[in-house]
Design a protein around this ligand. Structure first.
Ligand code: URA
Length: 238
């Protein structure tokens, strides 16, 4: 692939801007400065640098972010910062999108990609990809809370009762639940329908990936990592 096209596809700006970067000597390919924007580059296992920053060529990109509270899952946030401000600018330019959304006050695992088929598959209700949430409740849980969530609760706009795949109490006011639906405010609405109220919400798992474990061990709040082929296999292994 020609170097200018390659840089454009990786999110470094318009073709003209990418040609300029190369002509200014800002681009190194496999360690050496290449100043010809039309140079043909083998993308297999490619590492390169732009303005001193190292990058790996990725045809499609897959990311996991530990979302902090106070960030909106929108490119045009209304009242808070955008989760996209936590990602490097070239990834935003290449149009990575979040796989579903978390509320502004929800923390936890949020995936991103620029692979439309991947996003569609993981967010499709038909695929039943489970997610794990931990909710801190406003009131100590009544004995009826878990049974009601497991049996299914009625939500406005949902034609059928919505049930958790699993739900268990981790303390008097701490509830963990597994769910394969990705509807707006679904956890908060389910818990409200079951007679309690969410104070804080955290998503600890998505598919076969969990924060603090395996490929996501050590991922701190506000940080992201690239998901490699092994991590993507683990994500799907549920
Ligand atoms: N359910 C909610 O209520 N909020 C989220 O952020 C995610 C799931």
């Amino acid at each position: 692939m020609k170097l200018d096209r390659l840089l454009q596809a990786q999110g470094f700006g318009s073709r003209r801007q990418c040609r300029q970067l190369v002509e200014l000597g800002e681009v190194r390919v496999r360690g050496d400065v290449v100043d010809d924007p039309d140079a043909a580059i083998d993308t297999a296992g490619l590492t390169y640098e732009v303005a001193g920053e190292a990058w790996i060529y990725r045809e499609k990109t897959y990311l996991a972010l530990f979302k902090p509270a106070g960030f909106e899952c929108s490119h045009e946030p209304k009242h808070h910062r955008s989760v996209y401000s936590l990602l490097p600018h070239p990834l935003v330019v290449r149009n990575v999108q979040s796989v579903g959304r978390l509320d502004v006050d929800t923390t936890g695992l949020l995936l991103f990609s620029d692979d439309g088929a991947f996003i569609h598959t993981l967010s499709s209700p038909k695929k039943h990809v489970p997610k794990i949430y931990r909710a801190e409740l406003a009131e100590p849980a009544a004995d009826t809370l878990v049974p009601r969530l497991l049996a299914g609760v009625d939500l406005i706009d949902e034609p059928r009762p919505v049930a958790a795949l699993d739900a268990c109490l981790r303390g008097p006011t701490t509830l963990e639940m597994r769910l394969d639906l990705g509807k707006y405010h679904v956890v908060k609405r389910m818990i409200a329908a079951a007679g309690n109220h969410v104070q804080t919400l955290h998503r600890s798992g998505f598919g076969g990936l969990s924060l603090g474990e395996g490929p996501l061990a050590g991922l701190a709040e506000g940080q992201f990592i690239y998901l490699d082929a092994d991590a993507l296999r683990q994500l799907r292994a549920v």
